[in-house]
Ligand binder design. Structure first.
Ligand SMILES: [Ca+2]
Ligand SMILES: [Ca+2]
Length: 255
């Protein structure tokens, strides 16, 4: 049996940006550091090339996903779309979520190949700010854009609603071609930017602060596709969850 002696570093790792934030200055004579805005958690990067599996990802319908040989190794293959969970509101049927990790600021990059024949709503999706099945954002990378495709959407306890402010005419998917897509969001101002193959010029934008930190993932509304080389960089939120004032504030006495 071959020993995959190099594989431990190849599959999936988390690297913390280890540069410590400056602690409170003890020496008042020390030159003042450049203003660093508000203290934010150090960003981490999570990568996955799926060479060792995909147990870190939680699928909505596990029977639709498998590892396949492609792209010079293994890829995560949304190979079937027949099994479906029933989302509480009109929203993507098949996606995986990175487990046990939420992000505030986040950048999600993926290599993606569609395995669906061309049609107007041929798509993949990237999920972010995920709170629960009824509350999250997603980008629909749809072949031809309209109010229900090729947009940034919010699912807020209702069927998905387009929130794109910069819109595209559609995503130029090609058969048997690996594309690169990226979604970024900054939590403070809610700015969302979407890229496809050209990582310099956003093709979609939106701005929404309804949801704070949340989980991230990817999949398709209702098609098949293959995914590889995921790179997620962001500020983790699970270590210090922010209480929801509306939910956690004890009821004030009213008498
Ligand atoms: Ca791979
Ligand atoms: Ca579709």
């Amino acid at each position: 049996m071959k020993s995959p002696h190099l594989s431990a570093a190849a599959c999936l790792f988390i690297s913390a940006a280890t540069a410590p934030r400056p602690v409170a200055a003890e020496n008042p004579a020390a030159p003042a550091a450049a203003p660093t805005a508000t203290a934010t958690p150090a960003a981490i990067t999570i990568t996955d090339d799926f060479e060792q599996g995909f147990t870190r990802w939680q699928p909505t319908a596990p029977e639709n996903w498998k590892l396949s040989e492609d792209h010079g190794g293994r890829v995560l293959d949304l190979f079937d779309k027949t099994a479906r969970t029933s989302p509480p509101h009109r929203s993507p049927f098949n996606f995986v979520l990175l487990q046990n990790q939420s992000f505030g600021d986040v950048s999600i990059t993926a290599s993606v190949q569609t395995t669906t024949q061309a049609y107007g709503h041929r798509d993949t999706v990237v999920i972010f700010g995920y709170q629960d099945p009824a509350h999250f954002y997603y980008v629909h990378f749809g072949e031809k854009a309209d109010n229900h495709a090729g947009q940034v959407f919010i699912v807020n306890n209702a069927p998905r609603t387009k929130i794109s402010t910069l819109e595209t005419t559609g995503i130029p998917w090609r058969e048997n071609v690996w594309h690169t897509l990226r979604v970024t969001r900054t939590a403070a101002d809610g700015m969302i930017r979407v890229y496809f193959d050209d990582m310099h010029t956003a093709i979609m934008e939106a701005k929404d602060t309804t949801f704070g930190p949340g989980q991230v993932g990817f999949g398709s509304f209702d098609d098949t596709a293959r995914f590889d080389d995921i790179v997620i960089t962001g500020t983790p939120a699970t270590a210090a969850p922010q209480p929801d004032p509306a939910a956690s504030t004890p009821a004030r006495p009213t008498r």
